[in-house]
Write a protein that binds this ligand. Structure first.
Ligand SMILES: Cc1cc2nc3c(=O)[nH]c(=O)nc-3n(C[C@H](O)[C@H](O)[C@H](O)COP(=O)(O)O)c2cc1C
Length: 174
């Protein structure tokens, strides 16, 4: 593990969706660290209703790209992680989506802190896309494909956008 990890606030502001990656592989230890960060996310009743399928085979990643309408990030990404939710583990119906989202944000931030870049590509709630992933990867009935995360080293630089909008903040009343 790198000792010189970025501070949390800079990591949050610096993270950007990256859709073009260098032809550079990712050390599997870093992938493990990112998955560990995912599993440290909060979840309803601490049910942790998630699974992670890691793809580092270029042909498979390109096959996955063709299964998703907005997955240009997978053309060059050396790693793709499919995040799935488990309906048998979630606290109540509708929780796996929220819990998986928390896990994914941890992944994106951990990746950024480790010098890596990501893009979150939703599978849920598109029924037809979900069905295709479930069928192609023979997922059990209780395991639902939720999102794809591309992972690698950015081949482009994206500046911090300006997003702080005071109009969206309300104090003590609407
Ligand atoms: C639920 C969700 C689904 C997304 N799906 C896609 C997608 O299918 N393809 C893609 O390239 N980006 C996708 N994104 C990334 C957004 O486009 C991106 O977060 C947004 O444009 C803001 O840019 P930023 O992440 O750099 O702050 C998704 C993000 C979220 C949270």
């Amino acid at each position: 593990m790198e000792k010189n990890i970025k501070n949390t606030i800079d990591t949050i502001y610096d993270r950007r969706s990256i859709r073009k990656y260098l032809d550079k592989s990712v050390n599997p230890d870093l992938v493990q660290e990112i998955l560990r960060a995912a599993m440290f996310a909060p979840s309803g009743c601490n049910k942790q209703p998630w699974h992670f399928v890691v793809f580092d085979d270029k042909d498979k990643i390109l096959q996955i790209k063709d299964m998703h309408p907005y997955a240009s990030a997978l053309s060059t990404a050396p790693v793709c992680i499919m995040v799935c939710g488990d309906t048998q583990k979630e606290m109540a119906e509708g929780f796996y989506q929220v819990d998986c989202s928390a896990a994914i944000e941890n992944m994106l931030l951990a990746a950024n802190a480790l010098g890596l870049d990501t893009c979150w590509m939703g599978i849920y709630p598109w029924k037809d896309v979900m069905e295709n992933f479930s069928k192609t990867f023979a997922l059990p009935n209780n395991v639902k494909p939720f999102a794809l995360i591309s992972l690698g080293y950015a081949a482009m630089k994206v500046e911090r956008p300006k997003r702080n909008n005071e109009n969206l903040i309300h104090y003590n009343k609407w």
